[in-house]
Design a protein around this ligand. Structure first.
Ligand SMILES: [Zn+2]
Ligand SMILES: [Zn+2]
Ligand SMILES: [Zn+2]
Length: 217
C-alpha cells in the first residue's frame, strides 16, 4: 500500500485465494515470508527481491497458514519445523488477527469479548478451530475456542499473549503453533500419535506430554 487509491490487478485465472491475497496487499500487508524475523522459521534462497526480501512488519506470531505466505517450494523457500499448511486459499485465523489489529472494529464489543477459562487462558467461545492446524488432527480441540479449557484460538493467543507456564513436573512449557503447550522434554507418545512424534514434547508442534496436556484441562 503506497497511497490512497489502490488498483487490484487479477489474472483471468485468479481464484478466491488470489483475490484475498491481492486485497490484503492493498490493505497494507506484505508477504508473511518477508517478515524481518522470518529466518527463524524459513530458509529462503530466492533471488526475487520483490517477493522474498525481508521488509519488516510482523503482526503476531509467524503464520505459515497465512494467505500471504508463499507455498513451500524447494529452491525458493523451505519451512523449518512448521506444520501450519501453506494454503493460499482462505484467510487464516492469523490473517484475521492481523486485520483486526490494523483496522480495529469500532463499536462491536460483543462480537469479540474473550474471557479467562479454567486453564487461565483467554477464550472467545467461537467455532473457529476444527483442529490444531497440524497433520495429527485434533488434540484437545472440539471446534470451539474454549469456553473454559483446551487450546485457545490464534486471536485469543494474540489477545492474552503467548504463555509460558510451569507444568506439574516442574518444566517450563510454552504454547506452540498448534495451541498446545510444550516443555521440550523427552517422552513416549500415545499409540495413535507416534507417527507425529520425534521423541520430544514440542518445542513448537506435535503431540505433547501428559504433564503439558494437564495444563489445558
Ligand atoms: Zn503477493
Ligand atoms: Zn478465541
Ligand atoms: Zn511437555
Amino acid at each position: 500500500m503506497v497511497g490512497a487509491q489502490q488498483n487490484l490487478q487479477l489474472a483471468n485465472w485468479a481464484q478466491k485465494g488470489d483475490v484475498l491475497h491481492e486485497f490484503m496487499h492493498a490493505l497494507g500487508f506484505l508477504h508473511e515470508h518477508q517478515r524481518e524475523d522470518r529466518d527463524l522459521y524459513v530458509t529462503c534462497w530466492s533471488k526475487d527481491t520483490a517477493n522474498y526480501v525481508k521488509k519488516g512488519m510482523a503482526i503476531g506470531r509467524y503464520d505459515a497458514d497465512s494467505v500471504m505466505h508463499y507455498p513451500d517450494i524447494r529452491g525458493d523457500l523451505n519451512c523449518h519445523n512448521l506444520w501450519a499448511p501453506r494454503q493460499c486459499k482462505r484467510l487464516s485465523n492469523g490473517d484475521k488477527v492481523g486485520l483486526n489489529k490494523l483496522y480495529p472494529p469500532v463499536r462491536q464489543p460483543r462480537v469479540y469479548n474473550p474471557e479467562k477459562g479454567y486453564t487461565d487462558l483467554y477464550y472467545c467461545g467461537r467455532h473457529n478451530m476444527e483442529n490444531n492446524n497440524a497433520p495429527f488432527g485434533k488434540i484437545s480441540v472440539d471446534g470451539y475456542c474454549g469456553p473454559n479449557n483446551g487450546p485457545n484460538c490464534p486471536s485469543c493467543r494474540e489477545y492474552g499473549g503467548i504463555q509460558t507456564w510451569c507444568n506439574d513436573e516442574g518444566s517450563y512449557a510454552t504454547q506452540g503453533e498448534t495451541g498446545l503447550f510444550y516443555c521440550g522434554r523427552r517422552f513416549t507418545a500415545r499409540e495413535n500419535e507416534r507417527r507425529y512424534h520425534d521423541g520430544f514434547c514440542g518445542p513448537n508442534n506435535g503431540p505433547h506430554c501428559d504433564s503439558c496436556r494437564r495444563l489445558l484441562e
